[in-house]
Design a binder for this molecule. Structure first.
Ligand SMILES: [Zn+2]
Length: 389
């Protein structure tokens, strides 16, 4: 138990979590089995089970012919009821918002994505997120009181101490906006906010390609570029929450001006808008990222070159990171990771530049969760205190 769980309330919350954990791991259990599994007294179990039954988070199964071999009343079997509630995860990217609703078991049961100028329309974005959240909850016939949390992934550093976004230079229109309070007021749901690349890393660690790695670097390549670091099995956020801001590492000394005010940041080469703009020179303004990726896959030289240049820049930016941290894996996620040309180039550049002390190259893999990783990570954030309510 954590040190902070000292009070009677938190002790009860801790015990409640143990009961739910036992039930979820076993599928169905009797009260006596739960007592055996958790080491808690039958009185405590009875009281916790009564609460959970009244909230329908668990259900009592209909009597089965399970009294064989024993005398007296058969043990009533209990089961976790994932349909009793849910959690909401939101990814506020630069130009779109993705909202997902899960049941209590973490299964996504509804999702919605819409294009929106997130960077420049804070009020409209918050209204949309709140409206969509409440609509998805209603469509699933759930009450908002049954939603355990709302997790939000934002494309900016999130302060470790205040949980506020810290992005005066890269998201000036959001300056002073307290996302957790704004969304909490609009929805009546407890809100947690995290950095999107960090949450993408958490999702790939729990559900994706990094399931078996406790030391890896996740790079999110979408409209924005960032990284999440998982070290020793835990997310590393740095002293103030700015760890992994890879998108603003200089990779071209005389490159384009970045939205952060510096010149030649990785984002100006490997972000989706940079890739699309580079191809737009020859393809026209209507070019999209999926079209560029598809052209490259079909062998178009220009598209391959643009994506390979982006991949090489990612590999170069990763070199000092990987040299210092010695990860077992690099995961590249986000929309741009759908390009094999980009992944190959990043892999080659990293392998070429790494210290010869390393006998084999660090594997560079595309994320398994695609562009939903950040939303799924936000769901993890929403569910982290699930059994504490
Ligand atoms: Zn920058």
């Amino acid at each position: 138990m954590r040190e902070s769980d000292g009070s009677l309330t938190s002790l009860r919350q801790y015990n409640r979590r143990q009961v739910l954990k036992a039930l979820r791991s076993r599928g169905t259990s009797s009260r006596a089995e739960i007592a055996k599994l958790t080491g808690l007294s039958t009185t405590t179990i009875s009281s916790l089970v009564a609460d959970l039954l009244s909230e329908t988070v668990i259900v009592e199964l209909p009597d089965r012919a399970n009294s064989a071999g024993g005398s007296g009343r058969p043990a009533r079997m209990l089961a976790f009821n994932p349909a009793a509630g849910g959690a909401v995860g939101v990814h506020m990217a630069h130009d779109h918002v993705r909202v997902g609703l899960t049941d209590l078991a973490g299964e996504v049961i509804a999702r919605e994505t819409i294009g929106l100028d997130v960077d420049h329309e804070p009020a409209q974005t918050l209204d949309f997120v709140a409206h969509t959240t409440l609509e998805l909850i209603a469509r699933a016939s759930l009450d908002r009181s049954a939603i355990v949390g709302l997790g939000v992934a934002v494309s900016a550093p999130v302060s470790v101490s205040t949980r506020a976004i810290d992005a005066d230079r890269i998201l000036p229109d959001w300056r002073g906006t307290d996302i957790a309070t704004e969304l909490g007021t609009r929805t009546g749901i407890r809100v947690e906010v995290g950095n999107d690349a960090n949450l993408g890393a958490i999702a790939e660690h729990r559900l994706g390609v990094a399931r078996h790695s406790d030391d890896f670097v996740y790079v999110m390549l979408s409209d924005g570029v960032g990284a999440g670091l998982v070290l020793g099995g835990r997310l590393y956020q740095g002293a103030i929450g700015g760890a992994g801001e890879l998108g603003h590492v200089t990779v071209v000394s005389d490159g384009f001006i970045c939205r952060c005010g510096n010149r030649g940041c990785l984002e100006t080469v490997a972000g989706a808008p940079a890739i699309v703009a580079a191809m737009g020179q020859v393809r026209g303004a209507g070019t999209t990222l999926p079209a560029v990726i598809e052209s490259a896959a079909r062998g178009d030289h220009g598209a391959r070159r643009v994506l390979a240049d982006a991949g090489r820049a990612v590999g170069r930016a990763l070199l000092p990171v990987c040299t210092v941290l010695d990860p077992s894996l690099v995961v590249i996620g986000g929309e741009c990771a759908a390009s094999a040309a980009l992944l190959d180039a990043a892999r080659e550049e990293l392998a070429r530049g790494m210290t010869p002390l390393r006998s084999s190259a660090i594997p560079v893999l595309g994320g398994a969760l695609g562009d939903e990783a950040e939303m799924l990570g936000a769901l993890t954030l929403a569910r982290q205190r699930m059994t504490l309510r």
